[in-house]
Design a binder for this molecule. Sequence first.
Ligand code: FAD
Length: 469
Amino acid sequence: MADTQFDLVVIGAGPGGYVAAIRAAQLGMRVACVEMRKTLGGTCLNVGCIPSKALLVASEKYSEAKHHLGAFGVKVSGVELDFAGLMKHKDEVVKSNVTGVDFLFKKNKVTRILGKGSIKAAGIVLVTKEDGSTEEVTAKNILIATGSDVMPLPGVTIDEKRIVSSTGALDLEKVPGHLVVIGGGVIGLELGSVWQRLGAKVTVIEYLDRILPTMDGEVSKQSQRIFGKQGIDFKLSTKVTGATVEGEGVTLTVEPAKGGAAETIQADIVLVAIGRRPYTEGLGLEAVGVELDERRRIKTDHHFRTNVAGIWAIGDVIAGQMLAHKAEEEGVVAAEVMAGQSGHINYDAIPGVVYTWPEVATVGKTEEQLKAEGVAYKAGKFPFTANGRARSMNATEGFVKILADAKTDKVLGAHIIGASAGEMIEELCLAVEFGASSEDIYRTSHAHPTLTEAIKEAAMAVAGRPIHM
Ligand code: FAD
């Protein structure tokens, strides 16, 4: 295929696709990226990570000014929510991020093609434009990075007005009186926190008997307790069986997950946040013979090759955690392998963060996983109540927990609930990536007074020798 227009055509400009396109261009490939959205950056920059964090930060500041500054001796009065200003902040943050990707494409000479891509055959992508016209683009390699879409819930039809997905929940017209969130996972808790801080009564309904079901059990229990204290109501082991929009409200029908008497709940807005599913519609995968798994995710090998030569896939559209930085790592490896280099991802070293207050962050194995795998481990835990910096910040809720191999002391997992947990977890990701022991962590000097001293103390607690506890 010496006369193809490009060496690589990427379909989808989310964090997986745009990062792969840039990395491939850096490696000397001629690269195009087909994206059907008018702006680049995918779910993450447009309707995911970035706008949700903009609202989380803004609502946190509002809540701090309204309820928490007094405890620091800072008197504020007349604190008011400027709803339009809050939404403007979010929109501007999104705009500056998506235009940043435009700039990076230009800088790296990635050709941007606006339209919906489908694969006609290995080496040929058919792009359908908004006006219905089509264009064929040829390339040695095609990388599918089409991401994911909202998972629907039978009986609960999303209209993005009264019954919203995360996309609608980022763009409500006003603070709802009662917001019911279906799903106690990361997205539900983050967006539930935003609206709760802004004044809504928030109820989270979760099918399982715990929130944050993939996190370490102790962390999920503690976070439920803290969010409960903040005012969020939880209805666990409960399933939603239907929703009816009536005038300005929604009536939800719920029943115990194991079956039993049904009851109804009135809401002003219902957020469906039960997960996301891979976006493979209209890509022509069946016709070209690209294999999917039982959950319609594209199957790949560890270098992100599908079963069809020259077609690759990364990010939310393949198996694994649906996280922007996981998609980015995969994009880099795919591009480097295409360029003849080698690549490897240590999935145990990929962090997961919930950007609530306090934050929840995790890397590697949970206690439940280690028990299930029969791995002998030692746990070291340190609470923020005993950390000087946390006390000075009035942020003493939560703890750091480190799990290390009982024989070798190698760090196998780490879990934090506390202020800045999302920043602090990086030290522990590095520990997992480098195969560090808990002793390596506590022999490393940590600045005083910092929250990271709680990490050092938790590492010392693994060896049964914390100083400040
Ligand atoms: P996407 O970002 O979904 O991008 C795929 C792109 O492909 C889209 O722009 C889509 O328009 C385009 N596309 C699809 N099909 C076609 C086609 N046929 N032709 C052309 N274009 C196509 N992750 C985190 O790590 N941290 C967070 O804080 C975080 N917060 C989130 C908050 C919310 C509310 C949501 C919804 C998600 C959040 N995520 C977060 C998850 C994160 O957004 C995804 O994991 C990430 O965007 C996946 O990247 P991707 O490149 O695989 O796909």
